[in-house]
Structures are given as structure tokens and as C-alpha cells.
Ligand binder design. Structure first.
Ligand code: ZN
Length: 263
């Protein structure tokens, strides 16, 4: 795996509280508009909102039933973007669980020199796939040892900052899928794509909130402004595989069992 770069993408940043410019210096990080202050971490910056706040979320109403027959397909077609084989994806640790596939990554159409947001980067495995191809990633997560700690409902990045977004098995963990997608849309350049996976039949795990259906995903994406949607089931990720892979077989001591035993 490539060594992660610790270069800060200061030109892309903005205040997660008010959207204002950030002053980043040796003393710390402060918003020049609302005076909010943020901390450095061992690996980068903690740019989660500085205090509890409420946000309005935009949804569409008044539609008389949705037809997603053009959006939901049985099998994801191969796109015109990155060509990365299954073996390389497996070696990068990105096959198990979140099920990144060659077909999915092929829809990330970003040339060399692009900057991609890995929204919910975990162990930063996507970076190890993209960096050797001359594509920079900005790695963010809500927790962990990552360059940017963020709240996906209020990303600390300016409008049109990214050439693409990849988000693997993250959407089910946020409080509002609609606000998540609205923020993703805001930070993407016009016409750029978001690719990712989201839980559907998976059982409750790691504080997951919303396990989306195709209709739910479509609503969150369309209300955010995304067009040309394609949604497909993840191959070989059926309920049996889920129960085995996630340790939820009856009688097993998987996370689900522990969660309810604790309550
Ligand atoms: Zn501010």
C-alpha cells in the first residue's frame, strides 16, 4: 500500500458550522466568519461541527408514485471510468463487506490529476487503489485515525471541490440520507459522479440508522439534485452471505447478539 500523504487540502476547506473561510496556522484552526475553533489531530484536522446544531433538509413532495424501472437494474453495467480488476480490489481489502466491484469502480470516471473524496474512508483502502493511478483522495470519516474527521451532514469543503466521490457502506450510518446526499452534491463539480454501496438487507450493525431500498436511495439522490441514477443489487451478497459474513448466524456470538445482550 502507498504511504498516505499528510498534505492538507487547505484550498478545499471551509467551516463546517457556517461555510466561512478557515484560518489554519500553527496556533490552530479558526473560522474567520463565525470564530468557531477546531483542533488538530495526530493525523490531520478535526473539522466536525463545533457544537450541536439543527439543519433544514430539502425533500420533494407531491409526486404521485415513483417509477424507478429505468434506474434499478439487475446487474450493474461496466462504466467508462476506472478499470480495476477484482484481484486488485480484493488485495486492497475492499471486497469483503462493502463489496466494491470492478463494475462499480468503473463508474468513477476521473482522469489522472483528479481529486476524489472518500466519504467514510475507514482504513483508507480506496487511496491505495487510486493514488498509484495519479488520482488524489481526500480521506474523511466520522471517527478514527484519518486526515479529516468530519460530519457528513455538514462537510468542511467548498462547493465543487471534487471530481468524484466514493462512499462504501456509509449511507446507512448517517442520521439523514437526504442531508448526506445534499452535501455530496454540493461538494461535487457539476456533472461529476458519486459511486458507492449502502446496506439494504443487512441487519442492524455498527449503529446503522437507515438501510435503504432502491426507492429510498432514489429519493435521497434525486432530492439532492443527482441525475442519471443507476442502482443495482450487489452480486453474491444475499441474506445468507450476510448472516455468515457479519457473524449473525443464530447462536453465534456476533455483534448483533452482543448489542442486544447489553441492552
Ligand atoms: Zn464558521
Amino acid at each position: 500500500m502507498s504511504a498516505p500523504s499528510d498534505t492538507l487540502h487547505t484550498e478545499l476547506l471551509r467551516c463546517p458550522d457556517c461555510g466561512g473561510p478557515l484560518d489554519i496556522n500553527d496556533e490552530g484552526i479558526a473560522c474567520t466568519e463565525c470564530a468557531a475553533r477546531f483542533e488538530r489531530t495526530r493525523s490531520g484536522l478535526d473539522l466536525r461541527p463545533s457544537h450541536v446544531q439543527r439543519r433544514d433538509v430539502l425533500i420533494t413532495i407531491g409526486q404521485r408514485g415513483a417509477d424507478i424501472s429505468d434506474i434499478l437494474v439487475d446487474q450493474l453495467p461496466v462504466g467508462n471510468g476506472l478499470d480495476i480488476g477484482a484481484e486488485e480490489i480484493f488485495d486492497a481489502g475492499l471486497f469483503h463487506g462493502n463489496r466494491l466491484s470492478p463494475a462499480l469502480i468503473s463508474h468513477l470516471a476521473v482522469p489522472t490529476g483528479s481529486t476524489v473524496l472518500d466519504l467514510g474512508c475507514g482504513a483508507r483502502n480506496v487511496r491505495s487503489l487510486l493514488q498509484p493511478r495519479g488520482i488524489d483522495t481526500v480521506d474523511v470519516d466520522a471517527v478514527g485515525d484519518v486526515p479529516y474527521l468530519v460530519d457528513a451532514h455538514s462537510l468542511p469543503f467548498r462547493e465543487s471541490a471534487f471530481d468524484g466521490i466514493i462512499t462504501l457502506a456509509v449511507l446507512e450510518h448517517v442520521r439523514s440520507p437526504h442531508q448526506f446526499m445534499a452535501e455530496a452534491f454540493r461538494v461535487l463539480k457539476p456533472g461529476a459522479r458519486i459511486v458507492g454501496t449502502s446496506a439494504f438487507l443487512e441487519v442492524f450493525h455498527m449503529d446503522s440508522h437507515f438501510h435503504t431500498t432502491a426507492l429510498g436511495l432514489t429519493a435521497a439522490l434525486q432530492d439532492a439534485g443527482f441525475e442519471d441514477l443507476v442502482i443495482a443489487p450487489t452480486p453474491n451478497w444475499d441474506i445468507g452471505a450476510i448472516l455468515v459474513d457479519m457473524g449473525y448466524l443464530p447462536g453465534s456470538a456476533g455483534p448483533h447478539t452482543r448489542r442486544f445482550a447489553r441492552g
